[in-house]
Design a binder for this molecule. Structure first.
Ligand SMILES: [Zn+2]
Length: 257
């Protein structure tokens, strides 16, 4: 039952004390790999080190929530790292129209610049999309990339299909574990299996059984069980299908040893 955590901020300070123990727990429960998406230029090196230490892959991007930390030259830093083949994807990047005080125009300019880099280096993109599905789709139609992952998907069925048509898989994680998240649970049950990937988004997006605690990769097997149950599939079948999906959209992912 090899599971891949497609969105794990393992470079976050919340993991400084117990990353090794958490990863050992996750490994023992069937998690074989993870993608660590860096969120700002200052943390690229640390994210690369952490990913290297645990045999994970890294994505590099400028996250919209840290808009005030990003400087114009950070796009050059990002381009430099991508040119050296340091990342399997561009991200985490995207648009967040939920958190107040983040200028939408500035966010969109930053996203478009990163989509152009993804196209230049023929890399997939890992997207953060909050209350901004249609605007992100507009950007993706404006600057075509090879596809990628829309993480913690929380849009409509129609928006989901639009991402799928543009070569994206949709990430499902902690939010899906809450009985009250009916829309997300319905999407997780109904969307084509070929469009789904699993994620924790650790240390964020704690699942229902870990509310108030830092989320981590050790929660992925139970998250996978929830999705398997929603779809009426054996867990092993779900694991294999979602692994294939990750590898299709992120072909540079390292092989599991
Ligand atoms: Zn994230």
């Amino acid at each position: 039952m090899p599971l891949i955590d497609t969105h794990l901020h393992f470079d976050a300070p919340e993991f400084a004390a117990d990353a090794a123990q958490r990863w050992a727990l996750a490994r023992a429960a069937g998690v074989v790999h993870a993608i660590v998406p860096a969120v700002m230029a200052e943390s690229f090196d640390h994210a690369i080190d952490v990913a290297e230490q645990f045999g994970m892959d890294v994505a590099l991007g400028l996250h919209p929530l840290y808009l005030s930390s990003h400087k114009a030259e950070h796009l050059h830093v990002l381009a430099h790292y991508l040119a050296q083949g340091k990342a399997v994807a561009v991200g985490e990047c995207g648009l967040d129209f939920y958190v107040p005080g983040l200028d939408p125009q500035q966010q969109e300019a930053l996203l478009l610049a990163q989509l152009k880099l993804a196209r230049r280096f023929d890399l997939p993109v890992i997207l953060h999309v909050r209350r901004a599905q249609d605007r992100v789709l507009k950007c993706l139609r404006q600057v075509r990339v090879r596809g990628g992952l829309a993480h913690a998907f929380n849009g409509s069925a129609q928006q989901a299909q639009a991402f799928i048509d543009l070569g994206f898989c949709l990430g499902f994680g902690g939010a899906m574990t809450y009985q009250g998240s009916q829309r997300i649970r319905r999407l997780a049950a109904d969307l084509p299996l070929s469009a789904l990937v699993l994620e924790t988004d650790g240390p964020d997006m704690a699942p229902e059984w870990g509310q108030g605690l830092p989320n981590g990769p050790e929660n992925l097997p139970r998250i996978a069980s929830v999705l398997a149950e929603l779809r009426g599939l054996p867990l092993a079948e779900l694991a294999e299908a979602t692994d294939q999906n990750v590898r299709r959209v992120i072909p540079a992912l390292r092989p599991i040893v």
